[in-house]
Design a protein around this ligand. Structure first.
Ligand SMILES: CC(C)(COP(=O)(O)OP(=O)(O)OC[C@H]1O[C@@H](n2cnc3c(N)ncnc32)[C@H](O)[C@@H]1OP(=O)(O)O)[C@@H](O)C(=O)NCCC(=O)NCCS
Length: 441
């Protein structure tokens, strides 16, 4: 652990110095203007955050420290016998800002194996919940129960200098990431496999071991988990889960509290829960049409029906992206390689052909193209994971990599409490009449 921690600290100190001089020289430069509509409409297009780990381009999609998903597939180390990148490598890249060596990745695998012990009270807490509880609720409750282990909370309580905040936040980050697969797998086996739990395999990588504990021995599924954990990890800083983790962390809530808060946001249907909504929507469509692989024409009619019912077409659209999500494409390539004849996967591809032209005719929808959630479920169903209520938990385990790497940066760079100004409509009315200013202080 020492080596990665030291490298991170060296990079963070260098960036902190650079940011200080950037702000001294350019701190009063104006970077944009805010229109009234933006503060009523979810702050779309308003730059208001700094996130180092990844950057989203509306046309090209996500880049992690400058690398696109196809580039990462080439440049990040893969598991022995596997062909997808190891998420350990992506985490290293987001945290340190450089591509890892094979040794760096193996080192992280070993650290996370060593730190993966989950105390019994966490399992007891999960067991206290009714079995019908949504897996995301069980997951967040378990993370909250695990908060007893926070080193940041303990050290803060006993008096911690501001310049050392980053250190226990870094340790909590490593501990939490190490423990999440065990917690998630426990919830899955509890809810869907009669509590028949599977012990971790200390010889496997982080995602491979996760697949094993979920109960999927197939090597292809392990590779799918590596890909899944890599592509869902981060999507710059403004999405609900990343922004929430960052915001709550800015109150110096420890990484367990901050991550749990972010994951409550991921559990919303317009964010991470969309992955379960997509497969539910496809299953319902197949049932209603009584067709295993509906045609483009049938799907087009069904999409129109969804829209006329006042519902969103899950898996399509994005607040920032304006093209097909490269995370969708990466999954499509996986499907073409391993399961080109799977009827459900084919349906996802037919949906991809049918939906955008319909959404384009609606007019108000800014992005008619698929996002990451449009594809993931069908790949999981192929290997037998049909319990779609669990899918957002997989997303949550992956998202820990990005939001927690960012939290380490937040504390290492000494970022302050986040506290934007809000206004009331009453004040807006006065401002429109010229009776008051709209900005505070
Ligand atoms: C992701 C999402 C929340 C982005 O929202 P946004 O930034 O407000 O998107 P837009 O600016 O294009 O929205 C404009 C209008 O089109 C609607 N719209 C956007 N995507 C839509 C979709 N897939 N189906 C139906 N309507 C959609 C919005 O609900 C909004 O309607 P309103 O003005 O009546 O409120 C939205 O596209 C959506 O709900 N998609 C489906 C859920 C999903 O896949 N979420 C996962 C995202 S990774």
């Amino acid at each position: 652990m020492g080596i990665i921690k030291d490298r991170f600290k060296e990079k963070a100190d260098a960036l902190a110095t650079e940011i200080k001089s950037i702000l001294q020289e350019h701190g009063n430069k104006v970077i944009g203007e805010v229109q009234l509509s933006q503060i009523y409409q979810g702050m779309r297009g308003m730059t208001g955050l700094v996130t180092e780990t990844s950057l989203l381009d509306a046309q090209d999609g996500i880049r992690f420290r400058g690398y696109s998903i196809p580039e990462l597939k080439e440049k990040l180390p893969a598991a022995e016998g596997g062909s997808e990148p190891l998420p350990e490598g992506l985490f290293y890249l987001m945290l340190v800002g450089e591509l890892p060596s094979e040794d760096d990745v193996q080192h992280l695998t070993a650290v996370w194996q060593r730190r993966s012990h989950v105390p019994n009270h966490v399992f007891a807490t999960i067991e206290a919940l009714p079995i019908a509880t949504h897996p995301m609720t069980q997951f967040v409750v378990a993370v909250m129960a695990l908060q007893t282990e926070s080193q940041f909370a303990k050290r803060y309580a006993s008096g911690l200098s501001k310049k050392d905040y980053w250190n226990p936040v870094f340790d909590d980050t490593m501990d939490l990431i190490a423990r999440l697969p065990r917690i998630a797998a426990y919830i899955y086996r509890r809810k869907y496999k009669n509590g028949d739990h599977i012990q971790p395999n200390g010889l496997l990588d982080w995602a491979g071991n996760f697949a094993h504990m979920l109960g999927y021995a197939d090597d292809e599924f392990k590779d799918l988990m590596r890909l899944y954990m890599t592509i869902h990890a981060d999507h710059e800083g403004g999405n609900v889960s990343a922004h929430t983790t960052h915001l709550v962390g800015s109150a110096l809530s420890d990484p367990y509290l901050s991550y749990a808060a972010g994951m409550n946001g991921l559990a919303g249907p317009l964010h991470g829960l969309a992955n379960q909504e997509v497969i539910k929507w496809i299953f319902e469509m197949r049932e209603e049409l009584n067709e295993e692989c509906p045609s483009k024409e049938q799907i087009t009619a069904y999409v129109k029906q969804t829209l006329s019912g006042g519902k969103v077409v899950p898996g399509y659209g994005h607040a920032v992206l304006r093209k097909t999500d490269p995370r969708f494409t990466a999954q499509m390539e996986f499907g073409k390689k391993y399961m080109p004849d799977d009827q459900l996967v084919k349906t996802v591809w037919n949906v991809y052909e049918a939906v955008p032209p319909v959404l384009q005719t609606v007019g108000k929808i800014k992005n008619p193209w698929p996002n990451v959630d449009a594809h993931s479920g069908a790949l999981l169903v192929h290997y037998g994971m049909v319990e779609y209520e669990f899918y957002t938990v997989l997303f949550a385990v992956s998202r820990a990599l990005g939001v927690l790497a960012s939290l380490c940066w937040d504390r290492a760079l000494g970022y302050p409490l986040e506290r934007p100004k809000s206004v009331s409509t009453e004040q807006v009315r006065k401002w429109l009449k010229g009776e008051d200013e709209i900005w505070g202080e």
